[in-house]
Design a protein around this ligand. Sequence first.
Ligand code: GLN
Ligand code: ZN
Length: 765
Amino acid sequence: MAQSTLLGYPRLGPHRELKFATERYWRQEGSLSDLLKTGLQMREYNRDTQKQAGIDMFPCNDFSFYDQMLDMSALLGVVPSRYGWAGNKVDLDTYFAMARGAQHSGADVPACEMTKWFDTNYHYIVPEFETGQVFKCCSNKPVDAFQEMRATGAAARPVLVGPMTYLLLGKSRDGSSPLGYLDALLPAYVEVLKKLEEAGAAWVQLDEPCLVTDLDIHQKEAYEKAYAALRAGSKLKFFVTTPFGRLDDNLALAASLPIDALHIDLVAGEGQMNDVLAAVPESMILALGVVDGRNIWRNNMEKSLQKLEYAAKQLGNHRVWVTTSCSLLHVPYDLDAEIKLGAQLKSWMAFAKQKAEEVAALACALNEGRQKIYGALVCSTQATEGRKLSKLIHEPSVGERLREQPLSAAGRATPFAERRKLQVATYKLPLFPTTTIGSFPQTEEVRKNRASWRAQKMTDAAYDAFVRDQIAACVKWQDEIGLDVLVHGEFERNDMVEFFGEKLHGFAFTENGWVQSYGTRGVKPPIIYGDVLRPEPMTVDLARYAQSLSAKPVKGMLTGPVTILQWSFVRDDQPRSVTAHQIALSLQDEVLDLESAGISIIQIDEPAFREGLPLRRKEHQAYFDWAIQAFRMASTGVKDETQIHTHMCYSDFNNIITAIKDLDADVISIETSRSQMELLDAFVTFKYPNEIGPGVYDIHSPRVPPEDEILSLIEKACQRLEPWQIWINPDCGLKTRDWPEVKASLSCMVSAARHLRERYAAKGA
Ligand code: GLN
Ligand code: ZN
């Protein structure tokens, strides 16, 4: 018999119950027992949903109060000394302090670092290893989770992050390779496995997504060593998962590990099945991840069944598990909770609950024949066929226009050095021009008015008048304090992607489609289902209005094509590159309309540019090719005098710096203050030729930076770049800040710029 299973389930709660309970606990409005109870209810809900869907084997310990990597650190006693942990069981308060920092009764401990989980938009807490790090089992969470589920009679399989992925994603305080801790780590894993075995577990799931990344020879050897040690120390059956890509050159390694079942991702890693079938030893079970765990489309069951049936023929049904490409953590809970999505759109989609049903149905078809799931199969085929032809999706003019665009030619007509001369003459900006990244505080008042307008309690005209008042006050204030290039403040926008998605054809929005981003934070990504079209200008009216209020340039403000793509659920019926280029066409129209309306400086934000980078190095260039192309399609049709800005948040710029140059924006602003300008080094080493605004103060904190602190940061930048290249701006947008901080901070920034100009003038520069 083939078995059905999931790798993990969402955990914030179908109505984000866990988020609210956790935040109440943090605000000391809810008790610990309330929080624990909510956690229990979420686990019960997940288990019942999977049971009802007909799933055979259930993951447990996939639940987390914050993050599964942080859970591992708590389990293994990897708690940095600054948290003053006594060294026994890691309690929930220490756990949350690691996640978010702690500020109470004189103590002020920063949080552990957080970063993106592979190429998803989920963020994990980075394990932090201290010199001489000791690892030992310090929590009973996996055992408790197992016992809790087994008590209900369900076939429970505890989930852990595998030892190699855990280590490789961690960082040593002293900069040494985390692999150096392998020998110390393994006995602690064995101890955890022993406990699970004693509790009666048969299987353990070890998540090893690092197996789909580039591994060097030392890392591969460490994999062999690690699994040999676990095998020697435990009688549990090992199920290793490899989500987010193909095994490729790690296939032989994965197939040679002393494990009992191997999962492969047949969505992100499409096309690898035959190689895997040929490589796995006779004893090994193969878990085929045919249902997409990362996107919201309904499964093409015919296609999945063909794969499954083929694999079952080779392996025998008893060696096949049917599952998802990755944990369902990355999709929303339940499509049935969506009331406003149109029936047709809904018929094409599946959220976690529906995906569980798909997995169960596929396993059923494999075991009992296709006729057993006839209805589901027909619906799935109808959805697939329907999407191929639907007028809702296909807008022939978009494809035609894309084919006509001379893609290779897209690029500014004149080189930067020449454009710059014209721009200098046009704008007559001072040395070290000052600007901001775009948004100004989204006050209670702004949010309230938007909510009333959305609820149709406020007329369009009244809301528009309100937004214009905000813009007018904001522009006037920027003018008064002496900023050089102004912004309108983005008061009409809630979210930088949603705002544009709502104005473009081809986008849909959910009411309840939350996905965990980190901790208690969820995002509700737009769904790009069809060809993207811009029915009418999106930002021109307000930009024109804002520009009319000042003699100084006011920047037009757009979100770039790559960022819109990255932060949405995207179509799976065409390559991502095509969707990005369609978005770029709409932005191209917007850019040209802004230019005609007299907006001469236009910023196209690409904070997600670095995020789009594929996991494998060999795929980087292909990504850069289409991503750069998309940005250029949007931005390069303008006159030489028109100045294009872009903005990227905190990034490791080293492996994207060539691509950044190829974007050929006249000015890029980046986040550099927290790294004390270290992030600039990529630009310096590379000799970045265009202009740059390295952020001079951290906008994530309410703290007002003293002027001399800003000055010393700019001077650092001056040592690295030519003064004419440098712009002065904060790290990012100011929407999360309050007005008093913003006013004080920007005044300091402007004054620092003035002092610096005086110094340079005195030097006779
Ligand atoms: N223009 C946007 C803002 O200021 C940029 C935000 C971002 O980089 N994430 O809010
Ligand atoms: Zn930013």
